[in-house]
Design a protein around this ligand. Structure first.
Ligand SMILES: Nc1ncnc2c1ncn2[C@@H]1O[C@H](COP(=O)(O)OP(=O)(O)OP(=O)(O)O)[C@@H](O)[C@H]1O
Length: 265
């Protein structure tokens, strides 16, 4: 009986991809993240939820050192990806961000062609040996982002000329083109209509076959639809973290319960 239970548990366990210990973030005097520790699994979608201003985006940005670009931000603690300290002085943040890709709230394609939007990252990171190789990378990334069929005949058209939902999928293609291992998504559907949202959510579900996906969302329905793990933040604290089903049906902390029942936030 015990053996059976062990086997059952093993089949649902995934390796840890990101391990954060005692993470604190300040913006000047504002203490935005307070001693957060969490293990994020590989090949899993993890949702960060919580009321506005609770620190979800701040913590997400710690995972690829995007906070480095904010002058007043100070990050403390230990964050490891595959056991490697990403804040170590020998880590190049540009290389790190190729490995830990990011998709933002508002689709932000470069003012370039669809092709060049996707080819840009692989070019600067020297991932293609020649033009044919680069063509292959661009096609694969656009296919992975479920956009290829819609754009294959107009790759030289401007990325900014696509619809909002297509632009967001283009940004996802751009992020996956550098073969990242982790994909961070900060409210990726908030500027999209329900149809485009559905397409991006479907895509997120497929992306988890290859990547560890972390998504910040204001929509609890979205967290419930796309994620396997959910972390609830409140006033800079990570209050509760667990299986998404458990967080939504049987939260252990009354603050989580208040949030998911709409009493706070
Ligand atoms: N660039 C910044 N400079 C100064 N303070 C900031 C900065 N970015 C965030 N903050 C502050 O840090 C705290 C956490 O903000 P953060 O954007 O991480 O929260 P959030 O949970 O993602 O919010 P939202 O859901 O509204 O996007 C807030 O008090 C916010 O005002």
């Amino acid at each position: 009986m015990n053996d059976m239970r062990l086997i059952e548990r093993d089949s649902t366990m995934k390796d840890t991809k990101i391990s954060a210990r005692g993470v604190q973030v300040w913006y000047g005097d504002t203490h935005a993240i307070k001693d957060v520790s969490v293990e994020i699994a590989d090949k899993t979608v993890t949702a960060f939820i919580g009321p506005s201003g609770c620190g979800k985006s701040t913590f997400l940005r710690c995972l690829n050192r995007m906070n480095d670009t904010i002058d007043v931000a100070r990050v403390e603690g230990d964050i490891r990806i595959d056991g490697e300290d990403i804040y170590d002085r020998k880590v190049d943040p540009v290389q790190l961000r190729a490995k830990v890709g990011m998709v933002f709230q508002k689709p932000n394609p470069f003012p370039k062609s669809i092709y060049d939007n996707v080819a840009y990252g692989p070019k600067i990171h020297g991932l293609a040996k020649d033009r044919a190789d680069l063509d292959g990378i661009v096609e694969r990334a656009l296919r992975r982002a479920a956009l290829w069929e819609e754009v294959k005949d107009r790759l030289s058209a401007a990325g900014t000329g696509l619809s909002g939902g297509q632009q967001q999928r283009l940004c996802i293609a751009r992020a996956v083109a550098t073969e990242p291992e982790v994909l961070l998504m900060d409210e990726p559907c908030s500027a999209l209509d329900p149809i485009a949202t559905g397409q991006v959510e479907e895509l997120i579900d497929e992306l988890k076959e290859n990547y560890s996906v972390v998504i910040v969302t204001h929509s609890m329905q979205q967290a419930a639809r796309v994620s396997q793990k959910t972390a609830f933040f409140h006033l800079g604290d990570l209050v509760e973290y667990g299986e998404t089903g458990q967080i939504f049906t049987n939260p252990q902390d009354r603050r989580t319960e208040s949030y998911i029942t709409g009493r706070i936030g």
